[in-house]
Design a protein around this ligand. Sequence first.
Ligand code: NAD
Length: 290
Amino acid sequence: MKIGFIGLGNMGGPMAKNLAAAGHDVTGFDVAGVTVEGVAQAASAPDAAQGADIVVTMLPDGPILRRVAAEVIPAMQAGAVLVDCSTVDVESARAVAEQAQAAGLGFVDAPVSGGIGGAQAGTLTFMAGGAERDFATALPLFEIMGQKAVHCGGAGSGQAAKICNNMILGISMLGVCEAFGLAQKLGLDAQKMFDVVSTSSGSCWSINTYCPVPGVGPKTPADNDYKPGFAAELMLKDLNLSQAAAGAADADTPMGAHAAALYAAFVEGGGKGRDFSAVLPWLAGRHRGE
Ligand code: NAD
């Protein structure tokens, strides 16, 4: 297939590289002038999109996606499909879907889970929203860039799934960090706490797979001085998206709101650039009045 790929950053770069390595004809564009092995470089986003069967975008946020889509949609050939893999607000995904549809194009919102490691290894999970036909067109690409793709429903459903998942993740990580703090105050060894909770009803991904305590559980960013992994500011971005969506849909998400406020304080108070599990030492320091 002929593929245009716009946004060749930490995630988009390796994703485009994997598509090219699988034998697709990939032309990429990034405002930062990034080059990627096996990917032809276009002079602009519309240039990358011209003549492509599928255009993939992997951009920082909704306003940038809207700007890029407005440039790219008029350049795309009839019947082509625009696949946005960025994490953006549900409203931006739906607005771009409408624009694409009006221009006779397909659209799939397909945010990912799995991080930079998953993008490099081609093991991402895609959660997709859009028409069945457009999902089917994009599926062979998802199968190269990832190991699982779930068609969640109409346009915007992929973004909805992503922000609900990450709202759970933010809340559960805070809960796990709080519990380790309490356990320590109660004189309970962190390893013993892990041994019990990871096989009890408190078990969850945040403790079993991504334990925030150094030296306890599987190897995680906590064992690498909390270098991301999944950076705290990206978790804050996703929590803010879930709060914006909750406001627009009139959903009651008090725990999500509290998690967003705590991550905002953490990012502001030195957490920027650290893994999101570094709330553990931050909460301990806050308690000591640091
Ligand atoms: P990044 O900042 O590394 O990459 C974004 C790229 O977009 C940059 O290279 C930037 O130069 C480029 N860009 C910005 N404006 C552009 C424009 N107008 N035209 C062309 N290129 C433009 O970010 P990333 O980590 O690759 O994340 C991309 C998206 O994936 C985000 O929405 C993020 O929330 C999501 N995501 C990231 C992770 C992760 O672990 N990094 C995990 C899941 C989802």
